[in-house]
Design a protein around this ligand. Structure first.
Ligand code: ZN
Length: 435
């Protein structure tokens, strides 16, 4: 099958022209944020950089980084580059310790995001004759709205299923003849297994899947492809709310890394310790600058994802650089059922509820679904062998964690000083998932 592009003139643009386009847009964006976003102006002033110093992408390294803490400090409106009246949408991350990151979009920002997702859908063979089943969550989470918008742009028939309710997912998948599936890889695997177990698989014609929002392996890819059968292909997609949502980068037919939409985003790899920019091919922290976004521009945003960028020629004909799957994090963030979870969030809940920060998080994957168990030491004051009382205390913690994390975590209260310690500190995270 010949490779199809949603925006061929952009996606196959010669590299020197991409760089030229990036340079023009960067210069404009930096002038814009310096004039309109006080935190950027302050940071640039502190670093002694003026908009006039930025002549093109070769000067990008002069600019200060932006971190998640900056976004939290400026919650909710501090990073806005446009009046609120120009904005039409808010999306949000499952943030850490109370304050979430809220991202704002103008209509142009939404159109750009939709286009990124349309490129991803086209790259996996999607056309207006396809039926795209989106089972990412809809709402504040960017997964559902992003692929939904992309599917509309391609002109595919869109099934906005949102997450959960596997029976209904499989029923619609059969009855409405879905051909492209968008969800987390673990849910794709679960759907395939359920379809095999119920015999529904014989009536399912998924030809491609766009799977993101959590880590997955090549083995898992082959496994999903085999389970759906009929030559089905599983593709990766990458994104984050701060930058736009899913579609910042997407996989093509080559399945060898994700093309970054470089007309909208400049990707860099840095040494997470020194901040030094590393050449293509080096492993380091991924950093993005949004050069076309209007409402919520990000300048050198540190994603905390560790990966590798490559500008080697791709057989698909796209010229935009490819990023590897994230190989880890520079912080201790866990991704559980597509939701970002930080140990610090759990710690905050424990302290609020009168416990000490002696706990252990055990993450596993059971039947293709992530599970999270939190062992918490009772304090000597709280310690009791009254099982009814312990159950009540556990229930209270489960509900407090649910409201902080947005997902269910099982809680087990244990006696004081019973969690294994290393150098005096409880071992915080045990991740038993094979990723
Ligand atoms: Zn490619």
């Amino acid at each position: 099958m010949a490779e199809k592009y949603f925006t061929p003139e952009i996606e196959t643009m010669p590299r020197d022209e991409i760089k030229k386009l990036q340079s023009e847009r960067l210069v404009k964006q930096i002038k814009n944020v310096y004039e309109n976003v006080e935190p950027y102006r302050k940071k640039m002033d502190a670093a002694g950089v003026k908009p006039e110093d930025i002549h093109g992408i070769e000067d990008l390294h002069l600019l200060p980084f932006t971190t998640k803490d900056d976004l939290r400090d400026e919650y909710p409106y501090g990073m806005l580059a446009r009046p609120l009246s120009d904005c039409v949408r808010i999306q949000s991350t499952s943030g850490t310790t109370g304050k979430r990151v809220v991202a704002f979009y103008t209509q142009n920002d939404i159109d750009m995001w939709d286009e990124c997702c349309a490129r991803a859908i086209t790259a996996v063979g999607g056309t207006k004759d396809d039926v795209v089943q989106v089972c990412y969550g809809y709402g504040l989470f960017t997964g559902g709205p992003g692929l939904n918008g992309g599917s509309h742009k391609v002109g595919s028939l869109t099934l906005p299923m949102s997450s959960g309710n596997t029976d209904r997912q499989l029923q619609f998948m059969q009855d409405l003849k879905a051909t492209i599936l968008c969800c987390t890889p673990s849910y794709a695997e679960y759907l395939a297994e359920s379809a095999i177990n119920t015999g529904a698989i014989d009536n399912i014609h998924i030809k491609a899947g766009i799977f993101g929002a959590e880590a997955w392996t090549e083995e898992m890819r082959r496994d999903i492809e085999n389970k759906f059968g009929r030559g089905m292909k599983a593709y990766d997609i990458y994104g984050l709310t701060e930058i736009t949502g899913p579609g910042v980068a997407f996989e093509c037919s080559d399945q060898g890394g994700m093309h970054v939409n470089e007309d909208y985003f400049i990707a860099e790899i840095i040494d997470p310790k020194t901040g030094e920019v590393l050449p293509y091919g080096s492993k380091g922290e991924l950093v993005f600058t949004t050069i076309a976004k209007e409402a919520f521009p990000m300048i050198r945003y540190r994603t905390r994802d560790i990966c590798v960028l490559s500008d080697s020629q791709c057989p698909c004909g796209r010229t935009h650089v490819r990023m590897s799957k994230p190989m880890g994090r520079t912080d201790d963030m866990l991704i559980i059922r597509g939701v970002n979870v930080f140990p610090s969030q759990i710690e905050t809940v424990l302290l609020e509820q009168g416990y000490e920060a002696n706990y252990q998080i055990i993450v596993d994957r059971v039947n293709n679904s992530d599970t999270i168990d939190v062992n918490v030491e009772m304090t000597p004051e709280k310690f009791t062998d009254n099982l009814g009382k312990v159950a009540d205390m556990e229930k209270q913690l489960v509900s407090a964690l649910k409201s902080m994390l947005g997902i269910f975590a099982k809680v087990h209260l244990v006696a004081p000083r019973t969690i294994a310690r290393s150098e005096g500190k409880a071992v915080r995270i045990i991740d038993n998932r094979k990723l």
